[in-house]
Design a protein around this ligand. Structure first.
Ligand code: GLU
Length: 400
């Protein structure tokens, strides 16, 4: 046996399909292939200048050392203020822990609360890394399929799969990959269910600001003291302020924050110091640049939904948030003789030079719902047009 053998838990770990496909699209481009990529869930904007300047000032001003383990007091105070302002929920700085991105905060939360074999409810479709992290933390991911075509779970859907081992419900609204947004009543019903069965809720709110039209974000933590105590709020700055590479996220929960801090003392020491100062500016300064990005995403959403619905075989609902669309491609698969959404995805990449993700990456497709693929529309309007016209051409050439 080799000394560098990998343990069984990690052998079972799959790479993040979203990051893997984005890397593949970049590789193909580097080789000179003209790939239009809808793969990465990553804003294509630069971080606003005021935020960049804050980081430069922090570096020049000597902010080079470790910060408090949970994050600077200035940042945790700004996050507390943001949570009060945007979600109507009150936390003090001591109840918030800053981490290296929201992913890190999710990891700390799952690793802290799960006992071996604890079941974690993952509403389908779900973000690729949830089940992987749950398994690594010793838990068992349990898919919760909604009614076909609804893309959101109800209390009844949970009751069908819940067992006495169920410990935690993951709620991600606006959702990656469907873009669907849970209404306040829908969140309240799930909170009530969590209360009845003594479940924790991990609320991944990373797309909370990317929300359009009548849709409104409701944090489960905002629905009363009891809801707040059983919710772990997870958020970060990557999507709202185009800061994916800065790696700043956070978790909020009164009882668990000190435990997350104990984690960070041993694993990370703190999140990058200058970046924390930049995020104070992101949270406190004029929100014009991030509002502008949201408005641009909205224009792109309408554009891509209309464009996809013009392609024979594609049926696309208009999602209320995030920067993903999730068209039903059952008919498209039939037309071109693709046996699955994954086969269609591969053919779109290789024959049309368009990178998207297939539903199989986001949980077993819901029975009776047909097949879907995910587009991230975090790319320019001309790129969206180019991608759509390549897909239309591909469909025309390959329809049997
Ligand atoms: N969350 C984004 C996505 O789904 C970024 C990559 C990742 O963290 O998975 O594409």
């Amino acid at each position: 046996m080799s000394a560098s053998r990998v343990n069984a838990r990690v052998r079972a770990l799959r790479p993040s399909e979203t990051l893997a496909l984005s890397a593949r699209a970049r590789e193909l481009r580097a080789r000179g292939e003209k790939v239009v990529s809808f793969a990465a869930g990553e804003p294509d904007f630069e971080t606003p200048a005021s935020i960049q300047n804050a980081a430069i000032e922090a570096i020049r001003g000597g902010h080079h050392r470790y910060t408090e383990v949970a994050g600077t007091l200035a940042l945790r105070t700004a996050i507390a203020e943001k949570l009060r302002r945007d979600s109507g929920v009150t936390y003090g700085p001591k109840e918030i822990v800053v981490g290296n991105g929201a992913k890190h905060a999710i990891w700390n939360a799952l690793f802290t609360v799960l006992e071996p074999g604890d079941e974690v409810l993952c509403p389908v479709p779900y973000w690729v890394s949830f089940p992987e992290m749950v398994r690594l933390a010793g838990g068992m991911p349990v898919a919760v399929p909604p009614a076909p075509g609804r893309y959101k779970i109800t209390v009844e859907d949970v009751e069908r799969v819940r067992t006495p081992r169920t410990r935690l419900l993951i709620l991600n609204s606006p959702n990656n990959p469907s873009g669907m947004v849970y209404t306040r009543d829908e969140v309240a019903a799930l909170v009530e269910l969590a209360r009845r069965h003594d479940l924790l809720i991990l609320s991944d709110e990373i797309y909370e600001k990317l929300i359009y039209g009548d849709a409104r974000h409701t944090s489960p933590a905002s629905l009363g003291e009891e809801a707040r105590s059983r919710t772990i709020v997870i958020n970060g700055v990557s999507k709202t302020w185009a800061m994916t590479g800065w790696r700043i996220g956070y978790a909020a929960n009164t009882k668990l924050a000190p435990v997350f801090t104990r984690w960070v003392t041993n694993t990370d020491s703190c999140a990058p110091h200058p970046n924390q100062w930049a995020v104070v500016t992101a949270l406190n300064a004029d929100q014009g640049p991030s509002d502008h990005m949201r408005d641009v995403f909205l224009t792109r959403r309408d554009h891509i939904v209309a464009g996809l619905n013009r392609i024979p075989g594609f049926r696309c609902q208009t999602p209320g948030g995030a920067f993903y669309v999730w068209p039903n491609v059952t008919d498209a698969c039939k037309r071109v003789g693709a046996g699955s959404s994954e086969e269609l995805r591969k053919r779109l990449l290789h024959d049309a030079g368009v990178a998207v993700l297939a539903d199989v990456h986001f949980g077993t497709p819901v029975e009776g719902e047909g097949q879907h693929i995910r587009f991230s529309y975090a790319s320019s309007l001309p790129a969206i047009d180019e991608g759509l016209s390549r897909i239309a051409e591909f469909m025309k050439k390959n329809t049997r």
